[in-house]
Design a protein around this ligand. Structure first.
Ligand code: AGP
Length: 616
């Protein structure tokens, strides 16, 4: 939930770390801090607020130095204020730490340290951890790396940390359990970069090591990285990977916000996701991870999907896809409930975990639980090398490229793309889809990027609608069948970035309660596309109209019936019912975006949220 950046080498550390923190702000933006080593002098700056506030504070003074670690925080223990901001310094004033995660047994450790005379300036678990490391170091008279290792062996929780000693600023110790951390390696080991993901250092090096859980790395200029297992001190060979990410992908590219950029990236993101998999000219779908486990998939008694938030909505679309096209029973679970529910997993069940970041703590825990119960677990992740991608037995990446805006957009459509490919392939192999049906789906899927492109052209109409309803206190989203999850997703998008209360419902459920809310001030967004219970949805629209609700309808191009009923019409191209979510979700993303902008909200970093939820 927090972002960590560090640098040690021959360049000026400040610009690398501050720019890196800005790239990682999606992980949290309650407060920020940095410590800079200028020869033997340490300069520490911390502030409540965003990285830009930190920048303003630091740039009034000296920003020299070749070693720095910084942090952008999403508060867990202690309110967002200067004291609770990282880095935290030990009682001696020598050891410094930045931390992403939660130390669950910090209170017990704190009490113990207080009896030994330690004092604390903040309410954080992190300040407890750095003092525990100090205590261990003094007690064992050992080097910093060993002290960190011994201390971590005694903590319960999750962490990615970077620690160094102000009195010996020639090394940084990095460790991980449950929270991600990447180390960028410069030529001849003359410099090293540390970050929660590789985006802060992508322009400096393409060589990176992603630490695994329970690993600790000792980073020293001019020396190869040394990695050890925290529990047994055994040596681990560093697995140096080549980064595929490029700088352009993580910058705004002329758009006002990352969210808008990411909405517009969807045609390409979808294309990149099915590239090499959907071979329409050969009439096949090739997916290595499915092909290699085809017997398991074809004999699956049930698929259980675990995910959170938008990814959970993609899971709901997948429920329709797998059941409708491949006739495999599906259950979709909130990962946070699944992990604590003692779920029944039978032989022949497949668990699919969906996660953009691949770091969501609840989804990761659900994956571990499913594995411990013997399930075959398949991951659908966007971030390459992420924890869930590594923890699952196998999986398929979405290839959406980095998603920086906190509100998921292209992650959703690319997740649906992967899941649709899987369902189609299995449906065909199981004989549930005839060859001609299968071929028709393949042809239609290959048209989706251009249809998304076409859908994006309704932006001006959506902006106009946004200006009419931007002050509404509530909003209702309705859809049926494949479009029911789209309604849920539309409501989530509006809630999280504009702070307008919104609810998504299956359209037919309206009469069981929510209809009581409808009056002339209630905007109701209805997805009423031609394929997919059209007549039934038209009846639902009539019901809203008779109660004077304001109807904003997403319809198939050329629709005349709904046009005559609705207050506003948003037309999208016609497609197969199974692919409708890929198009119908676009206007809803744009609607939330424009409303949020008009309300002056921080679109890319909405309050109280973080992109990657690595705490439960
Ligand atoms: C979506 O807009 C959210 N910000 C959030 O619901 C997100 O989808 C959820 O936290 C799951 O994240 P993941 O896909 O990275 O696991």
């Amino acid at each position: 939930m927090c972002g960590i950046v560090g640098y040690i080498g021959y360049r000026k550390a400040y610009p690398i770390v501050i720019n890196g923190l800005q790239r990682l702000e999606y992980r949290g933006y309650d407060s920020a801090g940095i410590i800079l080593m200028n020869n033997t002098k340490a300069n520490l700056y911390k502030t409540k607020g965003k990285v830009s506030d930190l920048k303003e504070l630091v740039e009034k003074s000296n920003v020299e130095g070749n070693l720095a670690i910084g942090h952008t925080r999403w508060a867990t223990h202690g309110i967002p204020n200067n004291e609770n901001s990282h880095p935290h310094v030990s009682n001696s004033g020598n050891l410094v730490i930045v931390h992403n995660g939660i130390i669950e047994n910090y209170n017990t450790i704190k009490k113990e340290l207080v009896t030994r005379g330690y004092t604390f300036n903040s309410d954080t678990d992190t300040e407890v951890l750095i003092n525990l490391i100090e205590e261990v170091k003094i007690k064992n008279n050992c080097k910093l790396g060993e002290a960190v290792q011994l201390a971590l062996a005694n903590v319960v929780g999750a962490y990615a940390i970077a620690v160094f000693d102000i009195s010996k600023p020639n090394e940084i110790i990095v460790a991980r359990l449950g929270s991600p951390i990447a180390i960028g390696i410069g030529d001849n080991n003359e410099e090293f970069f540390i970050a929660s993901d590789a985006s802060p250092f992508v322009e400096y090096t393409r060589d990176a090591v992603y630490l695994d859980d329970e690993e600790l790395a000792i980073i020293k200029i001019g020396k190869e990285i040394r990695i050890r297992k925290i529990q047994d001190n055994s040596f681990v060979e560093p697995n140096i990977q080549e980064l595929k990410l490029n700088l352009e992908q993580i910058e705004k590219g002329g758009y006002d916000h990352f969210m808008l950029k990411e909405i517009h990236e969807q045609p390409n993101a979808i294309l990149d996701t099915y590239r090499g998999r959907l071979l329409a000219d050969q009439g096949i779908i090739k997916m290595g991870s499915v092909d290699n486990n085809i017997t398991k998939f074809l004999n699956a008694n049930r698929i259980i999907i675990v995910a959170c938030g938008t990814s959970w909505h993609a899971g709901l679309v997948a429920e329709y896809l797998f059941e409708d096209l491949a006739r495999i029973p599906v259950e979709v679970e909130y990962a946070s409930e699944f992990r604590y529910r003692n779920p029944i997993i039978n032989k022949g069940d497949i668990v699919i975990a969906i996660s953009q970041s691949g770091e969501t703590a609840d989804t990761l825990a659900a994956v571990k639980l499913a594995k411990s119960k013997g399930a075959f677990v398949f991951g659908v992740c966007n971030v390459v090398g992420s924890s869930i991608a590594r923890e699952t037995d196998t999986g398929a990446y979405t290839h959406a490229g980095p998603e920086i805006g906190v509100a998921s957009t292209k992650a959703f459509t690319t997740q649906i793309t992967v899941l649709a490919l899987m369902a189609l392939k299995l449906g065909n192999l199981k004989g549930e889809l005839s060859n001609s049906q299968f071929q028709a789906y393949l042809q239609e899927m290959s048209l989706i990027p251009s249809k998304v492109e076409e859908t994006l052209k309704i932006n001006a109409i959506v902006e106009e609608i946004a200006s009419i309803y931007k002050d509404a206190p509530n909003c209702l989203y309705l859809g049926r069948g494949y479009n029911f999850p789209v309604a849920l997703e539309g409501a989530l998008k509006l809630k999280e970035i504009s702070y307008i209360h919104a609810e998504g419902y299956p359209a037919a459920e309206m009469k069981h309660g929510p209809i009581a809310l409808i009056d002339e001030s209630m905007p109701v967004i209805v997805i009423a596309t031609k394929k997919g219970h059209y007549d039934k949805v038209v009846s639902n629209i009539q019901e809203i109209k008779s109660r004077k609700g304001k109807i904003i309808a997403v319809v198939t191009k050329g629709d005349t019936i709904v046009k005559g009923l609705a207050d506003h019409i948003i037309e999208i191209p016609e497609t197969e019912e199974a692919f409708t979510p890929l198009l119908a979700t676009i206007p809803l993303q744009l609607l939330s975006y424009h409303i949020a902008v008009m309300r002056g909200c921080n679109v890319d970093q909405p309050r109280n949220l973080a992109k990657s939820v690595t705490v439960e």
